[in-house]
Design a protein around this ligand. Sequence first.
Ligand SMILES: [Zn+2]
Length: 383
Amino acid sequence: MKKLCMIPLLAIACLLPLVSVQAAANTEITSVRVATRNDANKPFVRTVLDVSRKVTPRLYIDKSGRYVTVTLPNTKIDKNVQKQYDANSNVVSRIWLTQRSSGTDLNIKVPRQVTAQDVKVFTLPGDKKANRSDRVVVDVNDKSGKVKQWKHWGNESIGIHSSQNTKRTKTGGSSVTVPSYGGSASYSLTKGLKGKTICIDPGHGGSDTGALGAFSQEKNITLAISKKVQTLLQQAGANVIMTRTTDVDVYAPNDGAVEELQARCNIANAAKADAFVCIHIDSYSSADAGGVTAYYNSKTSHDAGLAKYIHNQNMKATNFQDRGVRTANFYVLLHTNMPATLLELGFISNPGEEKALNSEAQQQNFAESIVKGLADYFDNNGI
Ligand SMILES: [Zn+2]
């Protein structure tokens, strides 16, 4: 008996190191999600793969531009993960995973030719506290023009989603890591501005001009107003976090919209800001369009209050038309942990408003009204 037992034991002992080496080499793909996104500058289909450990993805596009492959070396598809996915057929014909001995391929067939500029691949670090695993993200831009963009107004994309008036070139295809800070929503609603942490986000900057007027650029007006807001808030005893204070891209020059907008959210989330105010200037194809809008998304119970109080003060600071307080799925409104509002302080495409927005007086008026609105918001405990 004793002698017979020795053989299987030895066999197991020999196998064990091999098994553990094999396990160490294999990162598991534990979940895959596919969604169409239309809340950034351009609609796209996003595929997110949850992975058990950080991986280094590589992007390949075949000569026809119709097959996109992202390789994930040393990964294994978990047995519960489905291998085929449907997506918006205007953007993607088919998504499927193939298991190879060297790893996994994520394959995406597209109905229209794409180049490296149309595909972004990046990784996001895991966050144990937020129960998030490491992720690989693959974004494929819509080339059909048929995916409805989230609109500011009317029948055309305007404002931060303006494409005709915005100079933003994109580089793509490289793997980049966007640092992200997970965080639970904890923000102060006590009275007064003193001691509050407020994040001010001047829209656009650097390689991204934002909307273009007859003689000025959105990025410069948003920065000028934001810096005046910063000064006034600091005088009131608030701790001000600026996503930028000069003419720069917050993430990187010529970056993608998602990285750029996430970088701004990360700054606010890392600072655990109590409120986030994003400043933009609108634009439209008709020079007659004009007015002031405040956008929010009710991800907390206080986003609406923040937008409302600031908007009410803004309307006292200008003779521009009142376009109201509206809900929207804008990226920064959704990806900040604290109450947030995106302000469109008039139209750069409207000659009268462009002139006023470039004046010291109107910039100062808006800066003062934004600060008054913030004070009202806290004095009313955000409701
Ligand atoms: Zn804008």
